[in-house]
Write a protein that binds this ligand. Structure first.
Ligand SMILES: Cc1cc2nc3c(=O)[nH]c(=O)nc-3n(C[C@H](O)[C@H](O)[C@H](O)COP(=O)(O)OP(=O)(O)OC[C@H]3O[C@@H](n4cnc5c(N)ncnc54)[C@H](O)[C@@H]3O)c2cc1C
Length: 318
């Protein structure tokens, strides 16, 4: 049975939801689960994680860990790996996860597979599935020996069990960093987290003008209880902030329902949403590539189709 080490990620003083998704992935493999929480003043977070399926939670505390640094985090994870000898090390596929994964793979001399959305046990190793070539293919990789993987946020549902674990201090040494933390600047808008939305309605260049997002798309979002997303040209033009962007250089999401409005379906967009449970596309071009991934396609003028859809939804709700 595989032993899995989960590296918890703390953001804004709390454990990221993505770390509880790692718990679900690790538990799905059926082996031992050990977690690591590192930072300053994180004992409470470690205790909480130990009650949420994190198994034995190692906690590394100290001033040197107050701010994220790839050097110090790599050193702590390396020491946790030496203490626990896991078969699989799981990090979230977040900017910090990517940052530390390559470095960690080098110092541990293990294979690193990034951007994974499925992991299965396979004999003495693992089968890991990830997107490749900007989402054109799903690739399955077989890894044997100790393996490190970064897992896409949203790839699993956060573990909701309440298995009691334990908390143990991990004594670490040799924490020095070649980079110095300066400051965290929060994005102005905030609170627009597409990775947590069940329904996302995204607009593309087909909407033509920024005000059309309020006039045409917002009523559809309201009728469906959806968060609004956007394609890159919309963000590049400054019509919507970057946190709205879906795609290879934006958010990779897998909501229950994704509605693409006036979006052509370029590969860089598809990579960000093709894992959605159900995809509806509205586009006037019947040959638009978005229809290749859509479960339901409407060929028509969005300025006619979307208001009609909003009206129908209102009537259906009474
Ligand atoms: C390195 C790199 C990274 C990238 N990252 C991303 C990314 O993260 N996310 C992303 O989205 N893109 C990304 N792109 C850009 C990507 O290649 C496409 O250019 C972009 O996705 C196109 O956006 P769009 O579909 O909104 O616009 P367009 O391709 O211009 O498509 C607009 C669509 O609207 C339709 N339309 C027009 N009018 C109407 C109407 N009245 N009714 C119905 N339909 C209508 C058209 O038929 C067309 O299909 C990236 C590109 C590169 C090179």
């Amino acid at each position: 049975m595989a032993k899995v080490l989960i590296v918890g990620e703390i953001q804004g003083g709390a454990l990221r939801e993505a770390s509880l998704e790692l718990v679900a992935v690790a538990r799905g493999l059926g082996g031992d689960v050990v977690s690591l929480v590192l930072g300053k003043g994180v004992q409470g977070i470690a205790e909480d994680l130990s009650k949420k399926g994190g198994g034995k939670v190692l906690v590394a505390e100290g001033d040197a860990l107050e701010a994220y640094s790839a050097d110090t985090h790599t050193a702590v994870i390396q020491q946790a790996v030496e203490a626990e000898q896991p078969d699989l090390i799981l990090l979230s596929n977040t900017p910090n996860g990517w940052d530390v994964a390559g470095k960690l793979a080098a110092v541990l001399d293990v294979a690193a597979v990034t951007d994974v959305f499925r992991i299965e046990a396979d004999g003495d190793g693992f089968l890991l599935t990830r997107r490749m070539f900007n989402g054109k293919f799903d690739a399955q990789l077989r890894a044997s020996g100790r393996t490190l993987a970064t897992v896409q946020p949203g790839a699993a549902t956060a573990y909701e069990g309440s298995d009691a674990g334990s908390v143990e201090a991990l004594t670490v040494s040799g924490l020095s960093s070649r980079s110095t933390f300066v400051e965290v600047r929060k994005a102005a808008a905030g609170g627009h987290d597409l990775t947590k939305a069940d329904i996302v309605v995204s607009g593309g260049r087909g909407l033509q003008k920024p005000e059309k997002f309020d006039e045409v798309l917002e009523p559809l979002c309201a009728a469906l209880g959806a968060q609004m997303g956007a394609s890159r040209p919309v963000v590049d033009a400054g019509w919507k902030p970057h946190e709205y962007q879906v795609g290879s250089s934006g958010q990779v999401i897998a909501p229950k329902l994704y509605v693409a409005v006036g979006i052509s379906g370029a590969i860089q967009h598809l990579v960000g949403m093709k894992g959605s449970n159900f995809i509806i596309a509205i586009n006037k071009d019947p040959d638009a590539p978005i229809f290749e991934v859509a479960d339901l396609g409407v060929v028509g003028d969005l300025f006619e189709v979307v208001p009609a859809l909003v009206e129908a939804l209102k009537q259906a709700k009474g």
